[in-house]
Write a protein that binds this ligand. Structure first.
Ligand SMILES: Nc1ncnc2c1ncn2[C@@H]1O[C@H](COP(=O)(O)OP(=O)(O)OP(=O)(O)O)[C@@H](O)[C@H]1O
Ligand SMILES: [Mg+2]
Length: 269
């Protein structure tokens, strides 16, 4: 968390935040270290406008997951600031639970409770944490399950579903709280290749519906197709950012070119 004085935000930015036109998520000079001085994010700036998709790409260990975990307040930052709809969420006075209610997160491992049905997995947090009445939570869950092609699966236990279906349930669970922002961390990495498409299809649909998303992914073809903004992370620095056409088509940095070259050689772009 920043220990330095912050300059007041300009009136225009406040007005933009109030009207919903400002960035949904903004990182300002975010610095994150682990242990004694291993710097994982250094001076990361990022703006995620409403109804856009930002793809985080970069080699393993470049800091993609850490960035997402900081944005969701799962990790405390060492310096800088993070804003959600213009309000600083890294302020020590922030109610972290309230922030997390506005941010849906899906990780590589779906983390569904095996002893609970799909419906109970989805409605657990809305009912227990957000105090939504059971009938209302279940109605919302069934509506989302229908939308994601899982109608009729509400009563199943997770181990009766394929990996792709379980991951779609995890997405439904993240959407159940009507989040303002969705953070997706390698959500297809654990899936068999033939199941990847169905999950990416859901992300495409969510984009069509206007959901604001930040996605860490090794699926470069998908990032190129779906992202409005691509950020290439290298050693905890956003080395390059731009439209998919810019970053994939005309990378400015050697590091980006080398990374893309490796991806192309591996047949993943
Ligand atoms: N809890 C932790 N404690 C110490 N170091 C950590 C911790 N979590 C991550 N790191 C380190 O931070 C760096 C960035 O990790 P991170 O998981 O953010 O990378 P990533 O870009 O998501 O990689 P991948 O593509 O493999 O998922 C790595 O060097 C990692 O070893
Ligand atoms: Mg990661």
């Amino acid at each position: 968390m920043s220990t330095t004085d912050r300059t007041p935000r300009p009136a225009a930015e406040k007005a933009a935040a109030a009207s919903g036109d400002g960035p949904v998520l903004r990182l300002e000079s975010v610095r994150k270290t682990y242990g004694r001085g291993t710097v994982v994010l250094r001076d990361v700036d990022l703006e995620v406008p409403p109804h856009t998709v930002t793809a985080l790409i970069g080699a393993s260990g470049s800091g993609k997951s850490t960035l997402l975990r900081c944005a969701n307040l799962l990790e405390e930052i060492d310096d800088g600031a993070i804003f959600l709809d213009g309000a600083e969420i890294t302020d020590p006075r922030t109610d972290a639970d309230a922030v997390r209610r506005r941010i849906g997160v899906v990780f590589q491992a779906y983390n569904l409770f095996p002893h609970m049905t799909v419906l109970d997995n989805i409605t657990l947090a809305p009912r227990r944490v957000h105090g939504v009445p059971r009938a209302e939570a279940e109605e919302r869950a069934r509506e989302l399950l229908d939308r994601l092609g899982l109608g009729g699966r509400a009563g199943e236990y997770p181990d009766r579903l394929s990996g792709g279906q379980q991951q779609r349930v995890a997405i439904v669970r993240a959407l159940a709280g009507r989040p303002r922002l969705l953070l997706l961390d390698e959500i297809t990495a654990a899936l068999d290749p033939e199941l990847v498409g169905e999950v990416l299809g859901v992300v495409r649909d969510l984009k069509e519906e206007g959901m604001t998303m930040v996605i860490a992914t090794h699926e470069m073809g998908f990032a190129r197709d779906v992202a409005d903004q691509v950020c290439f992370l290298d050693g905890g620095v956003v080395l390059e950012r731009g439209t998919p056409g810019q970053v994939f088509g005309e990378p400015r940095h050697d590091r980006t070119r080398q990374f893309l070259q490796r991806i192309i050689q591996a047949g993943r772009l």
